[in-house]
Design a protein around this ligand. Structure first.
Ligand SMILES: *[C@@H]1O[C@H](CO)[C@@H](O)[C@H](O)[C@H]1NC(C)=O
Ligand SMILES: *[C@@H]1O[C@H](CO)[C@@H](O)[C@H](O)[C@H]1NC(C)=O
Ligand SMILES: *[C@@H]1O[C@H](CO)[C@@H](O)[C@H](O)[C@H]1NC(C)=O
Length: 970
């Protein structure tokens, strides 16, 4: 940071020096004038003055009267690049990207621009060989020649580009072998500082010599896909341990995949598809960062599904079409928390396809076409695509035959697009488009973003693409809602292509400097998409400016005024920067303090410096970063005032929920320590357990067990597929009451939750309820036993009115909130709904009629439970709820009493309330659903199948039932 500030200061100093004093170097003026005569569509400011640095020509930037940057991205420049460019001998950065009318051969003279650090010609139409003189640009660090029509070989001289970190030659017509160094010639193996070899989509051929890779290399992306490479994959690839994306697909590689590939433990994407690889399917065990794996269309030895299909829990996409796989489909695969796509068509899997009961909610596509599957176990809570065409099961099971699963054509998933739903009209004049949010018509800067190795496959995922949208407008300094994404899809080369439209913050058109700025940020990779999108290339379309020559004579005057103002502004900027630097330094110091928690914990009372934990462990920041894929947006599962909650996977496979406090809700070290000590002592089966915590680098995180079935609120909402029947609701009430009673009466010191609500009651895989989020609870210390005076905290609708008035917090405030949850269980809807408050509504309903009070409630009861003929203990439950929500705390029962009464309700009706008892009544279900089977013959073989619609209902029910019926009839 300090260094870059320094450079900036330096730059500003020289720019200001120049602007205030002088004129452009005549040689540079001559060069620019020459380019201007050869090019069409140079910006209108070009040629308006003799001083391209002083009265600036757009796209030209200078230091000490010399042109150092020429940046003309997306200007629709037409013509060729002549040798005169080399007159700009101080040029450091040349960006001519996205000018599809600019091309011809690339001049050899470019090798004379010895100061050049950045050269970007992406998305033009350059032809002919890449001049080997480029290899003499020893300062070059960023080279992007992608998406042109270059032919010939990659010059061996590139091996001299020792500073280059970005080397993009993709999407050209390059041929021949990759140059390797020898005693007389350099080669690509010398590029040990390069991070990106993007050579995809060319016609490169020959073998990859073992010498190409070494352990000194720091490559993170090797994209060699879509070429004509042959021979073995060199085993030395395993030495490049920094690799995150390796694409060798669509080549002619043969032989066995080297086992050293297993050493690439940072790899997120591995694509070896469409080659001629033989031998055993590679063993990817231990590659625990892998997200996207494609091994399709090779000639691997027939084998059962390898073990790693069940162990790499980070997978988002697994493909092995034509993989020679036999035996049973491993069920574990479908439960990986991030899995989106499983493509295993054209294999020899046989027996039963049973995807299991814990299917990842992310899963969208499962393709088992053309295997030998003979039985299929229908699956609850999966509503993605499942392709079974070409399996025995589609012939033998009559009713499955006509189902969607056996249909060759399945409906494609609708990809994400930015919503324009809020805009009433959707038409704009020609050339303009509707801007999201503000709904006005404006002229966007458009282009295609190609993600060359994304770590995911789901094009319907709103969160991911909305994150991309937000990143775009934020990083490109546009305004909210100024990004429009359309039709993401995976093309034939397995690239994710997205149409991007970027809108001006105000007005209808961008001006040139804005387009130049945005174009350069995209062409130079300054814009970074969320990590999960992997490496990208953007190819923009030339922007249709509104002006096409206007302004003119007034320019000089305003320019002079501009310079005067400019000098003042620069001085102010310098002062501002000094202040900024100081502040940064202070911030850094504070961060260091925060990153040494023990220091503050041990400085106090000698012995008990380190927190006394029971069963909870200490995580490092790095561990949690890894387990959440760098806190990827994708893993976000919740957010609140304190910060965000992420889903993470620990190295032992345990799934956890990580609550990360954000700046502003951080506690002092002492409070945080007290809190984790306390939480680590709270162990109850109806409370979400603390797994550990992290207190490092200014972060405070609590790590909880992950509860898979979501919140009670979600499960009660109309959209939920799991319908909670009345018995299950009673059981949920009992579970959460037990958890709460423990906090009040058995925890030491007692804990008042302060935020009981259906959003804070989670359901586990068996729909047992667990109370969550007592992490920020108020402790009831002995000194103030009875009540705690504190700032009112809670959620509207659940908040105890007495607590609100008096600010005196007691356990009875939790009882009130719990009573509201009980009413919610009856009504199914949130406590505040369409302006009506549930407590008041229930009271009103009960007062209406005297003969049978409970008739008045009928309209309020959730239709889901209304239909069940036997609402046992319904009256008692309503009465209890109403006592919990009594106005005055003294009239409310304690949580212990609540527990006892609900237990009685359940027992009085002949049910055992012991949570351990579990008997599946799947038989009943199958009968109820009209299917005469036993619970274990959930195999559809030879069973009459309902029609498609009924079928899908049945699946939902089966899920609810096998989960929900845990209460044993006596
Ligand atoms: C690439 O390989 C394919 C198949 O081996 C061949 O047909 C094609 O001509 C090759 N292309 C080049 C440019 O060598
Ligand atoms: C993986 O790396 C280790 C050390 O870097 C090395 O000893 C081992 O041989 C490598 N494994 C393979 C299969 O190459
Ligand atoms: C795969 O690799 C792991 C670790 O490298 C090893 O333990 C396991 O035995 C291998 N499996 C097979 C089938 O070779």
């Amino acid at each position: 940071m300090a260094k870059s500030t320094g450079i900036l200061l330096f730059l500003v100093f020289f720019v200001s020096f120049h602007v205030c004093l002088g004129a452009t170097d005549p040689q540079d003026v001559a060069a620019l004038r020459s380019l201007m005569t050869q090019w069409q569509n140079t910006p209108p400011t070009w040629g308006k003055s003799d001083d391209p640095c002083g009265t600036p020509w757009e796209g030209v930037m200078c230091i000490k009267s010399r042109v150092v940057t020429l940046s003309l991205s997306a200007m629709d420049i037409q013509g060729t690049l002549s040798g005169d460019i080399t007159l700009l001998s101080q040029l450091q950065s040349l960006d001519l990207s996205y000018n599809s009318g600019l091309g011809g051969p690339l001049t050899k003279n470019i090798g004379n621009l010895k100061e050049l650090m950045t050269l970007i010609l992406a998305g033009c139409k350059f032809t002919g060989n890449i001049p080997e003189e480029l290899g003499s640009l020893s300062k070059l660090s960023f080279l992007a020649l992608n998406s042109n029509q270059f032919s010939g070989t990659i010059p061996a001289s590139f091996g001299n580009l020792s500073e280059v970190y970005w080397l993009d030659l993709a999407d050209n017509q390059l041929t021949g072998e990759l140059p390797i160094s020898s005693s007389i010639s350099p080669g690509l193996d010398l590029l040990v500082h390069t991070k990106h070899f993007h050579f995809n989509k060319n016609k490169l051929s020959g073998i990859l010599p073992e010498r190409l890779f070494s352990s000194q290399m720091q490559l993170i992306h090797i994209l060699f896909d879509g070429n004509n490479f042959t021979g073995d994959i060199p085993s030395t690839i395993g030495l490049v341990q920094t690799l995150e994306a390796l694409r060798l697909d669509k080549n002619d590689f043969s032989g066995t995949v080297p086992s050293s590939i297993g050493n690439l433990t940072k790899l997120n994407e591995l694509n070896l598809a469409n080659n001629k690889l033989t031998g055993p399917m590679p063993n990817l065990t231990g590659m625990n960062s892998l997200n996207y794996v494609d091994l399709s269309n090779n000639s691997f030895d027939p084998t059962e599904a390898p073990l790693w299909f069940s162990t790499i829990v980070t997978l988002t996409s697994l493909a092995a079409s034509h993989g020679g796989l036999t035996g049973q489909v491993p069920q574990k695969l479908f439960s990986f928390p991030q899995i989106q796509q499983v493509i295993l068509d054209h294999n020899e899997f046989n027996g039963t396809l049973d995807m299991g009961s814990t299917i990842s909610p992310q899963l969208k596509t499962v393709d088992f076409e053309n295997n030998n599957i003979s039985l299929f176990t229908p699956t609850a809570n999966y509503n993605g695509t499942l392709m079974l065409h070409g399996n025995e099961v589609c012939d033998t099971v009559t009713l499955l035959k006509n189902s969607i699963y056996c249909n060759e054509e399945q409906k494609a998933l609708t990809p994400y697009s930015t919503s324009l739903a809020s805009c009433s009209s959707n038409s704009c004049p020609d050339g303009l488009s509707l801007r999201p949010l503000s709904c006005n018509c404006a002229c966007p800067f458009t282009g295609v973003m190609t993600f060359r190795a994304p770590f995911f496959s789901d094009v319907t995922n709103r969160t991911l693409f909305q994150n991309l949208e937000a990143k775009l407008w934020q990083n490109l300094s546009l305004s909210p809602g100024s990004t429009f994404l359309q039709d993401p899809f995976f093309d034939r080369d397995s690239y994710l292509q997205v149409q991007v439209k970027l809108f001006p913050a105000t007005g209808t058109y961008f001006n040139r400097s804005e387009v130049l700025r945005i174009g350069f940020q995209l062409s130079n990779q300054k814009f970074k998409p969320p990590d999960i999108f992997g490496p990208y290339a953007f190819i923009g379309s030339p922007y249709p400016f509104s002006d096409n020559l206007s302004g003119g004579s007034s320019l000089k005057k305003s320019a002079v005024a501009g310079i005067a103002v400019g000098c003042v502004v620069l001085v102010l900027a310098l002062i501002g920067m000094g202040v900024y630097a100081l502040r940064q330094k202070r911030r850094a110091e504070r961060a260091t303090e925060l990153s040494k928690p023990f220091a503050s914990w041990t400085s106090g009372k000698g012995t008990d410096g380190i927190p006394q934990l029971k069963g909870a462990r200490w995580f490092t920041f790095d561990e949690l970063t890894q387990s959440t894929n760098n806190f990827a947006e994708m893993n976000e599962i919740g957010a609140g005032g304190y910060g965000k909650v992420y889903k993470g996977i620990l190295p032992n496979g345990q799934i956890v929920a990580i609550k990360r406090a954000q700046a502003g809700s951080l506690q002092g070290a002492a409070e945080f320590k007290t809190e984790i000590e306390l939480l680590s002592r709270v162990h109850h089966k109806n409370l979400v357990g603390l797994v550990g915590f992290c207190f490092e680098q200014g972060e405070q995180m609590l790590v909880y067990e992950f509860i898979p079935n979501g919140t009670l609120r979600e499960n009660l909402s109309e959209r939920s597929s799991k319908q909670l029947d009345w018995m299950r609701r009673l059981k949920i009430a009992l579970d959460s009451a037990r958890g709460l009673a423990y906090l009040h009466e058995l925890a030491d010191p007692p804990i008042i939750h302060r935020d009981i609500k259906s959003d804070n009651i989670l359901l586990d895989e068996k729909l047992n309820a667990k109370v969550a989020d007592f992490g920020l609870s108020k402790l009831v210390s002995d000194a103030e036993k009875g009540h705690v005076s504190t700032q009112v905290k809670g959620t509207l609708g659940y908040l105890d009115p007495e607590y609100y008035m008096t600010q005196q917090l007691t356990e009875k405030s939790d009882v009130y909130s719990f009573g509201v949850v009980m009413l919610e269980l009856i009504a199914g809807r949130p406590p505040l709904h369409k302006g009506k408050y549930i407590v008041r509504e229930v009271r009103l309903a009960l007062n209406m009629r005297s003969e049978d009070q409970y008739c008045g409630l009928r309209d309020m009861v959730d239709p889901v439970i209304q239909s069940s003929e036997n609402l046992i203990a319904f009256k008692g439950f309503v009465e209890l709820a109403l006592r919990c929500v009594e106005e005055t705390a003294v009239r409310r029962p304690s949580m212990n009493q609540v527990v006892k009464e609900i237990e009685l309700m359940l027992q009085s009706d002949g049910f055992n309330t012991e949570p351990e008892s579990e008997v599946s009544s799947a038989t009943d279900f199958w009968r109820a659903a009209g299917i005469d089977g036993t619970p274990h013959s959930h195999l559809y073989n030879d069973q009459p199948l309902p029609t498609k619609e009924v079928n899908s209902n049945a699946f939902e029910y089966s899920g609810a039932y096998s989960y929900s019926t845990k209460i044993e009839p006596k």
